[in-house]
Ligand binder design. Structure first.
Ligand code: SAH
Length: 263
C-alpha cells in the first residue's frame, strides 16, 4: 500500500505565516520528518510520529521519508520558510532520482511557504520592488568560486541581492568577503538589511549602509537574511521610527558597475 509525501513549508517562524494548505497537510500526517527545530514546531498529537534528524543529512532524511511513504504512511517533510528554497524539496527529488524505482509511484506534493527574503522584505517596506536574486553563501554544496562568480554577475546586473546562509561557525569569513566585493561595485551608502529571526520572538531588523555592513559582517548569524540594495534602493525616513526601505519598480538608467569599474 502506497502512502503519500507532502513537503511542507512552515514559513519563517510564526504560526500566522503557515498557509492553510500547509496546515492541512500537517493535520493529516501520520509522520513528520525534518531537522529537529522544524519538527519541534509541529505540536504533538495522538497518532503522530515525529522523526527529527540533524542538519546536513538532508538526502538520508529524504530517503527515510520516501521509505515511510512507500510503506503506506502519510508523511509530511517539514522545512522552514519555503521548502523549495535552499531546503528539503530538492533533497527529496535528489533522493527520488537516485532511489528505488518504486518510490516514483508515491504521490508527492509541495506546499509552499513564505521564504525568509519575502518575510524580511515585508518587515522593511518594499526592497524587492525591482529585480532581485537569491544566493546561498554556503560553500558546503558548491565551490566558493561559484559563489563569487554569481555574486559578481548579480552585482554587475544591479540586482537587489538576498544572501541566505550568510555565516556559520564553520564558515566565518564568507559574508565579510561578499560584502567587500559588493562595496567595490556599489556605493557605500547603499542600504543593507540584516534581518534576523524574522517572525520569531527574537526578531531583529537592522538597516545599515554597505560601509557599516562590511564592518558588522560578524554580527550576522545563521538566522540572518542579508539583503544588499541595488543602486536605486533607498530609505524613507519617518522620525524616530525605523525608515522604510524600498526599491522603485521602474529603472531609468543602466548603472551597472563591476569590480573592474563602470561598464
Ligand atoms: N527554506 C528556507 C531557507 C533555508 S536556508 C526559507 O525559504 O526561508 C537557511 C537560511 O535562511 C538562514 O541561514 C537564513 O539566511 C535564512 N532564514 C531562514 N529563516 C529565517 C528567518 N526567520 N529570518 C531570517 N532569515 C531566515
Amino acid at each position: 500500500m502506497t502512502g503519500s509525501l507532502t513537503i511542507v513549508g512552515l514559513g519563517p517562524g510564526t504560526a500566522d505565516w503557515i498557509t492553510p494548505a500547509a496546515q492541512a497537510a500537517l493535520d493529516i500526517a501520520t509522520d513528520i520528518v525534518g531537522y529537529g527545530p522544524y519538527v519541534d514546531r509541529v505540536p504533538e498529537r495522538a497518532g503522530l510520529t515525529k522523526h527529527a534528524s540533524d542538519n546536513r543529512v538532508e538526502v538520508e532524511r529524504a530517503s527515510h521519508a520516501l521509505q515511510l511513504a512507500a510503506e503506506g504512511r502519510t508523511v509530511a517533510v517539514v522545512s522552514g520558510g519555503d521548502p523549495g528554497v535552499f531546503a528539503m524539496a530538492a533533497a527529496v527529488f535528489e533522493a527520488l532520482e537516485a532511489g528505488e524505482p518504486g518510490w516514483r509511484a508515491i504521490p508527492i506534493t509541495v506546499e509552499p511557504g513564505i521564504t525568509a527574503m519575502l518575510a524580511a522584505a515585508a518587515r522593511a517596506g518594499a526592497p524587492l520592488g525591482g529585480d532581485f536574486c537569491a544566493i546561498s553563501l554556503s560553500d558546503n554544496l558548491k565551490p566558493w568560486e561559484v559563489v563569487t562568480a554569481r555574486l559578481e554577475a548579480a552585482l554587475a546586473a544591479d540586482f537587489v541581492i538576498c544572501l541566505y546562509n550568510p555565516i556559520s561557525k564553520a564558515r566565518p569569513w564568507q559574508l565579510g568577503k561578499a560584502l567587500e566585493l559588493a562595496a567595490q561595485c556599489r556605493e557605500g551608502r547603499t542600504p543593507v538589511l540584516f534581518a534576523r529571526a524574522v517572525g520569531r520572538p527574537d526578531e531583529n531588523l537592522r538597516i545599515l549602509t554597505l560601509t557599516e555592513a562590511v564592518a558588522a559582517a560578524d554580527t550576522a548569524d545563521m538566522a540572518t537574511l542579508v539583503m544588499i540594495g541595488a543602486s536605486s534602493t533607498r530609505l524613507i525616513a519617518r522620525g524616530a521610527e525605523q525608515p522604510y526601505v524600498y526599491t522603485p519598480r521602474s529603472v531609468t538608467k543602466s548603472p551597472c558597475v563591476t569590480s573592474q569599474g563602470r561598464t
